[in-house]
Design a protein around this ligand. Sequence first.
Ligand code: HPA
Length: 273
Amino acid sequence: MLEKINQTAEYLRQRVGGEMPRIAIILGTGLGPLVDSIENKVFIPYSEIPNFPVSTVEGHSGNLIFGILGGKPVIAMQGRFHYYEGYDMKTVTFPVRVFKALGVEILFVSNASGGMNKEFAVGEVMTITDHINLFPEHPLRGRNYNELGTRFPAMTYAYDRELMAMADAIAEEKGIRLMHGVYVGVTGPTFETPAEYEYYRIIGGDCVGMSTVPEVIVANHAGMRVYGISVITDLGGKDVTQVPTHEEVQQAAVIAQPKCLTIMEELVARVKL
Ligand code: HPA
């Protein structure tokens, strides 16, 4: 695995040249259009990157984008790898390991989720303050490579407090209602039954989604600081009769996009490396 990571990192270093970014962004739902704000873009299709898997989901194109955002070099992942697509966890999290090998110190992630917190509305955005990992496979299971991180990493501050506070300050300045909450990570690809939404609420979740947790675990293992934002695209619970669809999720994401973009762009511009 180490050899693969280094091979991919070396390929990217040679292909892109220049200073390697210390910030990586996974453009999930809500952040797609962030690409337009990146300057001096170099697009590298996943299909051209050695050892990279290829993304399969509608609405997620597969490119690594190197460029400048908020005056800083960044790498953006346009399209992520979901566990429900059939990839194992080592594959889902491979890009994060490559980012680390390139020198990335901060990971920004976004996603879509279904809200269980009754105070949430569709189209709202939430800082992920913590997560509950309900994926059946752990990305760090198996041999630990000490070069990559410690055997038993703490997850106490899986989401960086300082970045969270910065996001709050930005939201306040810009008049964005930014919620806080716990993201429950599940495999999907089914949306939840009403009883399941209820159950995820009872165990401490505010929203539930099918991504992010594996990447955040591996980023923490690698010693990166993480900020995550979730777009509430539908609501779930025993009293909710609306049926969630992929289209509805995409539409709600469009409503939330400007808010996500503002927060992420400003975070990148303001963060000290
Ligand atoms: N459940 C799980 N994943 C999701 C949801 C949901 O309701 N909405 C968007 N992604």
